[in-house]
Design a protein around this ligand. Structure first.
Ligand code: GLA
Length: 539
């Protein structure tokens, strides 16, 4: 009898559960092959980007106000700190920050012949920078050893002409291979790159030669004839420039790094006008291990601290992106001496299909380490065309991800507060990829001032559901179909995200109000599909 009652109870519960779930209204979020979801920007101005921005005292300051809409746009900013000035035609704030800590609640206004808008922007002068995840593009994925001054300038042009700067992309970063090699380095470990790119001409590119001048200053190769002129060009748009090196003698491609010259190199990066350093372990691993073994009390963090200190001594803010592939748990010590972001694992370009796994690490075990000023870095959004590291001489190729997976990848980077850097062949970026990256609503979620990393509320073989709180009362809901062969309708009850009743929903990718959903939602998704929603956006 007890068994019978149990079976009856289970059947009722199951039936009730099914009917209750089926009661949720369905929303069709399926995405077609190469379908562009991001609507074209409206002609009236719309200011995007972070609402909070950190800068150190008495430093050179540069910030381009991300703003969509037909140009010319006239900008105004109320409440700027002393020392900062607005270029009202271009919407660029420049100058030198006040020499004391303080908070400045500014109001940015933008107007054109179609309308006007405003957005709050708090400038926090203090020791913390990167209060929201850094955003930008890096040369590695698309260009590798073929990076040059021309490519960097092209990236700046693409940012401005194709609307990426208008949604908040800020940094344009050179990765490896801007330096030189001595004849000896070339003949020995420099040969590593030779094998990967037989056609690369070390001589006519000015790559072989002294790696430092008579004063010990690092020298770029001939593809970077004037670093300062290049960063001036990037800064002329209000964008920022990034550079790359490592604490060992050689970079990962065995080119000259900063080992033994860290202070001089930090000064050089600042003099050249760089605003970010990606600092990569590479050959430094041997040195670090030797120090760990021979210096009593030496810890992995002591190996990275000098460069962090030297960067902080410069006259401009230079973000520190630490690249040690997640070894020695950098998340547990890097924030303590002011590192803004650290890689949590190996290179994603060889393993781009591992994007979900990396994002889930940030949303799971590493979640507590990401916070304003300090971010877990799962590596770049390797999107569209990238090179194969083993065949660098060959043209870039499409990444092996389908349309829906690309939407998943960008969605995940947004909601786990990853540094929002993409890396691809910038000369051949297509309209689909620009639209995929330049969705202002997706970026604004990544840039939300709360810095709340999405939490996983359900994760099984076929479906993953995550939510993220935004500043104010709104919440983000992301629903993923993990099944690569079948469409699915995924149900989410509001009780699962700690709420109830009715919520007004907004489709983030399509930038569309969806109306009220009672009790929950059933989201219809393509294979590998994703739906990204904001609950009560207008609150
Ligand atoms: C390492 C890094 C990559 C890239 C290359 C450059 O592999 O992890 O991101 O910077 O070096 O050589």
């Amino acid at each position: 009898m007890r068994d019978f009652v149990f079976v009856l109870w289970m059947s009722c519960a199951l039936l009730f559960g099914l009917t209750a779930r089926a009661a949720f209204a369905e929303y069709d979020a399926r995405i077609g092959e190469m379908e562009i979801l991001t609507p074209a920007p409206a002609p009236a101005p719309r200011i995007n980007g972070p609402k909070i921005y950190g800068a150190r005292p008495a430093r050179i300051f540069i910030y381009r106000i991300p703003c969509q809409g037909e140009r010319p746009i006239k900008f105004a900013v109320d409440g700027l700190p002393p020392g900062l000035e607005l270029d009202s035609q271009q919407g660029i704030i420049r100058g030198e920050t006040p020499d004391k800590p303080g908070e400045f609640d500014t109001l940015i206004k933008a107007r054109n012949r179609h309308g006007q808008c405003e957005r709050s922007f708090r400038i926090v002068i203090g020791d913390k920078i990167a209060l929201t995840p850094p955003t930008g593009w890096n040369s590695w994925g698309g260009h590798m050893v073929d990076v040059s001054d021309r490519i960097m300038r092209t990236a700046a042009d693409v940012f401005v002409k194709r609307g990426l700067a208008d949604v908040g992309f800020q940094y344009i970063g050179i990765d490896d291979c801007w330096m030189r090699l001595t004849q000896d380095m070339h003949a020995t470990r420099g040969a590593a790159t030779v094998k990967k790119h037989a056609a690369y001409d070390y001589h006519s590119t000015g790559t072989i030669g002294p790696i430092r001048d008579q004063y010990g200053n690092i020298l770029p190769n001939g593809k970077f004839p004037d670093m300062r002129a290049m960063t001036d060009y990037i800064h002329s748009f209000g964008l920022k420039a990034g550079i790359y090196s490592g604490p060992g003698k050689r970079t990962c491609q065995s080119w000259a790094a900063s080992g033994g010259h860290q202070m001089a190199d930090a000064e050089q990066y600042a003099a050249w006008g760089f605003d970010l350093l990606k600092y990569d372990l590479c050959s430094g691993g041997r040195e670090k291990n030797r120090m760990l073994k021979t210096i009593p009390g030496f810890t992995p963090k002591d190996f990275w601290k000098p460069m962090s200190d030297y960067l902080r001594m410069q006259n401009r803010d230079i973000l520190f992106n630490l690249c040690q592939y997640g070894r020695h748990d950098p998340w547990s010590w890097a924030p303590s001496f002011g590192i803004q972001s650290w890689r949590i694992g190996g290179d994603l370009n060889h393993n781009v299909n591992h994007y979900f796994e990396q994002a889930l690490r940030i949303a799971g075990p590493l979640r507590k380490y990401s916070r304003p000023g300090h971010w877990n870095d799962p590596d770049f959004l390797y999107i569209h065309r990238i090179k194969d590291v083993k065949r660098m001489g060959e043209p870039s190729e499409e990444i092996p991800l389908d349309t829906n997976q690309r939407y998943q990848y960008v969605t995940l980077w947004s909601i786990v507060c990853a540094p929002f850097f993409f890396s691809c062949d910038i000369e051949n970026i297509d309209d689909f990829t620009v639209a995929l990256l330049a969705n202002a609503e997706v970026l604004n979620i990544n840039q939300d001032e709360l810095g709340y990393v999405a939490e996983v509320i359900r994760d099984d073989a076929d479906e993953t559901v995550m939510f993220k709180k935004l500043a104010g009362h709104a919440m983000v809901l992301a629903v993923f179909n993990r099944n690569s062969a079948q469409e699915r309708s995924i149900e989410v009850g509001w009780d699962e995200i700690g709420t109830c009743c009715n919520h007004a929903l907004y489709d983030v990718w399509r930038q569309k109000e969806m109306g009220e959903y009672k009790g929950g939602i059933s989201v219809k998704l393509s294979p590998n599909g994703v739906g990204l929603f904001i609950l009560d956006r207008g609150f």
